[in-house]
Write a protein that binds this ligand. Structure first.
Ligand SMILES: Cc1cc2nc3c(=O)[nH]c(=O)nc-3n(C[C@H](O)[C@H](O)[C@H](O)COP(=O)(O)OP(=O)(O)OC[C@H]3O[C@@H](n4cnc5c(N)ncnc54)[C@H](O)[C@@H]3O)c2cc1C
Length: 410
C-alpha cells in the first residue's frame, strides 16, 4: 500500500506501508479504544503476563514464537501502546512501555524481548514514519523490530557495511543482517544501511517483511530467549521506495542515538529486572520450602545463614538495579543533564546484576535448580542475552569510561 507523504526527509513520493498480512491478522478494535477511560497499560500487562505464564515453558522447550502471548498483547492494545493518540494509539510513554516489559519478562523472557524490539522500532516510526503508517501501528496491525546487526560489523551496529543505492524512486538494499528478533513474525523492519551518498555512518529505512529479495535464514535454536524468533536476514537487490527512508540520508546514527538507544536500553533493562524478580521470588520460595528431614532443628534451607546471605544479595542487586532504572526513566522524562549517561549505565547495570542474581539462584537452589520445575534455570538462560545485545556490556563500559574521562564516545 502506498501512502502520500513520507514522515521525514525531503523526497517526494509515497512511503510504502507494509501490505502483507497484518500481524498476524487484522486486529479488531480492542475494548480499550472504545472506552473513554484512559488506557490502563498495567492492567493490560497483568492479563497478558498471566497468559504468558501458561505458555512460557512450551515456548522455551520448543523454541517457538510466543504467538498466543503476542496475540493477547495486540488484542489488549499493547502493540499500540507507544503510538500517539493522534494516530489511534494510546500515547503511552517510555515509562509505560518499561513497566509492561518488566511485568511480562517475569513470566516469559522471549515475549518481553519481542515487545522490546517492537517498542524500539516504534520509537523510530513515531519520529520518522508517515502518518498512514503510524495509523496502522495505532490500530495494532503491525509488529516491528530492528534489523541493525550485520555479519560484517557484528555488535558494532552503528557502523553498517550493507549498502543502499538509489534507482529512480526506489532504493536497492543489499545486506547480511546477522540477528533480527521476530524475524519471521514481524511485519516490518527498521533497517540500517550505509547512506546512499556521502560518508556519514548510516541511513535507516522501513522494510516490509516478505518482500522479493529478502531471505530469512531459518528459525532460532538458541540457549536463552528461545521464543524470540531471531534469524539472520539477507537482502539481495531488495527494493523499497526512496520515501521509506526514516530520517535524512546519512542521519541514521543520530536517529539510533536519539530515538533508539534510550528506548532500547531502558527496555532491555526492564527485561533484566523482570527476570531478576522471578529468580528472587522462586529462590526464596525454594529456600523456605525445602527441608533437611534428618536435622531436628534448623531444618529449612533458609535456616542456613549462608543461604539467607545469598538471597539478601540477590534482593539488593535487584532493588539497586530497579532504582537506577527508575532514575534513568525520570532523567529522560525531565531532560536531566545526566540522562544520556544514565541510559548508557542502565542496560549494563541491570544486565550484569541479572547475571549475578540468576547465578546465585542456581547456587541456592542447588542440584534441583537444574530441573525445570524449580523455575530458575530458564531465567538463568534468558538473562544472559542482555549482556551481548549491542551495545554490549563491554562496549558500554568503554563508552561510560570515555564519558566520565571527558573523552568523545566515538
Ligand atoms: C537473542 C538475541 C536477539 C537479538 N536481536 C537483535 C535484533 O532484533 N536486531 C539486531 O540488530 N540485533 C539483534 N541481536 C544482535 C546483538 O545486538 C549483537 O549484535 C550480537 O549479539 C553481537 O554478536 P557477535 O558475536 O557478532 O558480537 P561481536 O562483535 O563479535 O562481539 C564479541 C565480543 O566482543 C566484545 N566487543 C565488541 N566490540 C567491542 C568494543 N568496542 N569494546 C569492547 N568490547 C567489544 C563484545 O562485547 C562481545 O563480548 C540479537 C542478539 C541476541 C543474542
Amino acid at each position: 500500500m502506498l501512502v502520500p507523504g513520507s514522515g521525514s526527509g525531503k523526497d517526494s513520493g509515497p512511503m510504502e506501508v507494509p501490505c502483507g498480512p497484518a500481524y498476524p491478522r487484522p486486529a479488531a478494535p480492542h475494548p480499550a479504544r472504545r472506552d473513554p477511560m484512559p488506557f490502563d497499560s498495567l492492567a493490560a500487562a497483568e492479563s497478558v503476563a498471566r497468559l504468558a505464564a501458561q505458555h512460557a515453558a512450551r515456548v522455551d522447550q520448543e523454541a517457538v514464537f510466543p504467538r498466543a502471548t503476542l496475540d493477547a498483547a495486540r488484542d489488549a492494545g499493547l502493540l499500540a501502546l507507544t503510538t500517539s493518540r493522534e494516530h489511534g494509539g494510546h500515547g503511552g510513554s517510555l515509562r509505560d512501555a518499561a513497566l509492561v516489559v518488566e511485568r511480562i519478562a517475569r513470566e516469559c523472557g522471549s515475549s518481553a524481548m519481542v515487545l522490546t524490539m517492537h517498542y524500539a522500532a516504534n520509537a523510530v516510526l513515531e519520529a520518522h514514519g508517515a502518518p498512514a503508517l503510524r495509523q496502522e501501528l495505532g490500530a495494532g496491525r503491525h509488529l516491528g523490530t530492528l534489523a541493525f546487526s550485520e555479519a560484517g560489523s557484528r555488535s558494532q551496529f552503528w557502523a553498517p557495511v550493507s549498502t543502499a543505492r538509489v534507482e529512480g524512486d526506489e532504493v536497492v538494499l543489499d545486506a547480511q543482517k546477522s540477528w533480527v528478533t521476530s524475524a519471521n513474525a514481524a511485519t516490518l523492519y527498521v533497517w540500517s544501511s550505509r547512506p546512499t551518498a556521502g560518508d556519514e555512518a548510516s541511513t535507516l529505512w522501513l522494510v516490509p517483511n516478505r518482500r522479493p529479495g529478502l531471505t530469512l535464514q531459518g528459525g532460532y535454536e538458541g540457549m536463552g530467549l528461545r521464543g524470540n524468533d531471531s534469524a539472520p536476514v539477507t537482502a539481495k537487490a531488495l527494493r523499497v521506495p526512496v520515501a521509506n527512508r526514516l530520517g535524512a540520508d546519512g542521519a541514521g546514527f543520530g536517529v539510533m542515538m536519539q530515538d533508539v538507544l534510550p528506548t532500547f536500553c531502558v527496555l532491555i533493562a526492564a527485561g533484566s529486572i523482570g527476570l531478576m524478580e522471578t529468580a528472587v521470588s522462586r529462590t526464596a520460595e525454594h529456600a523456605g520450602g525445602k527441608r533437611y528431614a534428618h536435622l531436628p532443628t534448623s531444618s529449612a534451607l533458609a535456616d542456613l545463614p549462608t543461604i539467607r546471605a545469598y538471597v539478601a544479595r540477590m534482593r539488593i542487586d535487584a532493588d539497586a538495579a530497579r532504582t537506577l532504572w527508575l532514575d534513568t526513566i525520570g532523567a529522560l522524562e525531565t531532560g536531566r543533564a545526566d540522562a544520556m549517561l544514565r541510559v548508557l549505565e542502565v542496560k549494563v547495570a541491570c544486565a550484569e546484576a541479572a547475571l549475578r542474581v540468576v547465578d546465585s539462584a542456581m547456587r541456592v537452589c542447588g542440584g534441583l535448580a537444574y530441573r525445570k520445575e524449580v523455575g530458575v534455570e530458564r531465567a538463568f538462560r534468558d538473562a544472559r542475552a542482555a549482556m551481548v545485545m549491542a551495545p554490549t556490556s563491554d562496549q558500554l563500559y568503554d563508552f561510560i569510561g570515555k564519558a566520565v574521562c571527558g573523552m568523545p564516545l566515538f
